[in-house]
Unconditional design. Structure first.
Length: 114
């Protein structure tokens, strides 16, 4: 799958109504936030088919063989369970410091050669 340039998308607003520059839009981003291990917490209501136990017995979001989250629609790069996504996904807010750090790591030439 070809990675899209994250700078090619329009700006959006975060939960507080702050403008997020076009370079920080989730649309077709393909950054690795969807490849991070997501620990499930008490109260997360994720469909069982999208979860698995890690090597320590904790429940996590299942990832596909290539590392992408099993809940990700690869055509749209959007979460298929957005309304019921885990709390750990909810706190990873578009444009926050964690998002910017992951994007910087992911979109460097060394990272894109993975």
């Amino acid at each position: 799958m070809r990675r899209k340039d994250p700078r090619s998308h329009s700006a959006s607003l975060d939960r507080r109504g702050r403008l997020i520059p076009a370079a920080i839009s989730c649309d077709q981003c393909a950054a690795c936030c969807c490849q991070l291990e997501v620990m499930l917490m008490a109260g997360d209501d994720v469909p069982r088919r999208l979860t698995t136990q890690d090597e320590w017995g904790g429940w996590v979001m299942r990832r596909l063989d290539d590392g992408w989250c099993a809940a990700l629609d690869r055509d749209t790069m959007r979460c298929t369970i957005y309304a019921q996504r885990p709390d750990n996904c909810r706190v990873f807010e578009m444009g926050d410091d964690d998002c910017r750090r992951e994007r910087q790591i992911f979109y460097t030439p060394a990272a894109t050669a993975r």
